[in-house]
Design a protein around this ligand. Sequence first.
Ligand code: F3S
Length: 674
Amino acid sequence: MELFVAKTAGFCFGVAKAIKQTNDLISKETGKIYTLGPIIHNEQVVNDLKGKGVSPVENIDVINEPGNVIIRTHGVIPEIYDDLKKKGLNIVDVTCPDVKKIHLLVKEKYSQGYKVIIVGDKKHPEVEGINGWCSNEATIIDSVEDVEGLGQINQKICIVAQTTLTREKWIKINEALDMKYKEIERYETICNATSKRQIEAEEISKKVDIMIVIGGKISSNTQKLFEICKKYCNETYKIETSGDLPSVNIKNKKIGVTAGASTPDWIIKEVIEKMNELDKQENELSFKDAFESSLVTLRTGEIVKGKIIGFNNAEVFVDMGFKSDGIISVEEFTDDPDFNPYESLKVGDEIEVFVVRVNDGEGSVQLSKKKVEAMKVWDKIDEAYENKTPIKVKVIEVTKGGVIASANGVRVFIPASQIGDRFVKDLNEYLKQVIFVRIIELNKSKRKIVGSQRVILQEERSRKVGDVWETIEKGKKYSGIVKSFTDFGAFVDIGGVDGLIHMSEISWKKIKHPSEVLKINDEIEVIILDFDKDKKRISLGFRKKEDNPWVNAAEKYKAGDIINGKVVRLFPFGAFVELEEGIDGLVHISQISNSRIGKPGDVLVVGQGVEAKITEINTETKKISLSIKDVNPIEPVSKNSEGTENTEELPTEYKEDMPNTIGDITNSISEEKE
Ligand code: F3S
């Protein structure tokens, strides 16, 4: 005898979860427990639960005392929830997540005006439940003949499947629908666990002489398994317990065994043991051994690989090739408070999991992904501590003395003094930020890890400073940040090193304070004018050559031109008139009026607009001599006491000896001073 036992035989994850939740409830002893209909289609399990005080009821009217009502995996119509709430009963909803998804889908489509068609058995509680979520207005079909009997449908059509439907039937019915209707939105809601089980049953039944299908008499998915197997293996038997085994000769035969989603492992084992008794051949492989060896063995504390087969907001279900699927609660999946399984997970994704508890009795395996990450992270943290390498963390909490960051689930404390390279006023600004830290303290036994971002920032800074001094040269351009102002200029950070832009290098026009042109924290481009590596001093230039108004002055202004200007400064010997920003010319006192005036302030005021003739221009020395008198002499009407003379120092360019009229100006300055 050769035995082939389906790996997918027995509880699916939805049923395993439902039984687990029921047993959890029993252990809490929170009062009477009812199930709306038998919890699963398996008499033995239902009887076992009855013995523990769980009573199946057909409707809630018979419940007349407080208690808990379990809504089974098939789900129910929405009104049932309302009725249970009205009666003050505690609802324990173990509707399979896959069924729940169909409820929400048909509800949405129905509200959008779609005609909902359900492919499945109209008397099955799951189908009745689904229909309730579209106001019991779905059309339910179960065969190609049913499609033929359908009339005209003038709405868009949305079609869903009972979770236990065979894929073959789904395809055939859809082909028939395609012949009749155009706009069909198809949602193949056949449960993944069901289709896996059916595919495996088909494969086994094709190669065996006898096929045994174990499951409840009224279990729809067991019936479908039977139908599939019967198609490929004539000698297929559907049994509920070992007592139903047919008395057929199994010697030297290939025998396949599968079981429906509601069949507990202990019934499968019993069947196999009974068959072993029937098989008297000494050297024959026992059914029991074969059953056990066909399964992946799991031990608590192991790390194994598995595939995600489903999830909801609270749990992730994983197939590890073990006889039962594993469950990871979201708390054991990740520490991320923003984790959204619908955005982050995909059915079919392979993950590594830690086996927390193997529970043969209920068929559920408790897993943790966080523990795997934590074990790996601890290794990485150990290594990073030894090698002083930075690790990436996400700040998840602000505490009194610092912040807590998560390194893939492992908590790292960062004291406030170690978070930045400057004082941080509000640590909340780091919340949810991803940063790199160096582990500066590690105590594995106390699970204490202390990290520092500060040391990394400081090292980066001194590396940058070193780079600046290494590569600095006159004329090199840098992008810098304006850090502070003084009366003589602005300090700019050019990568960890501060340089000074002298006032005269900020702008071509005359300014009194750097803030007239720059703002603190401005990012600006500067050029190195000079530097002293020993004294660590850098002179920077900001104003640009091309912005120098004197560059084009020779083309714009010629001797003899009449200009319109503005009086900007008054001296005893004359007045400075601005031709444009950055270009001033001097009107000597003798060039203001035809009459003798005591001082320019007698006839001019700062800000006054004047017309003047350029009598001489020297763009090299940046000097322009002007005459108001030659254009429009200003005669003193009365003593103008409002004219204010400038107390500033004379501009440098006018202090030098100058030929012709400009020489005269210098003499006048001396005369005035005497
Ligand atoms: Fe759910 Fe599929 Fe089982 S729909 S209850 S996991 S058969």
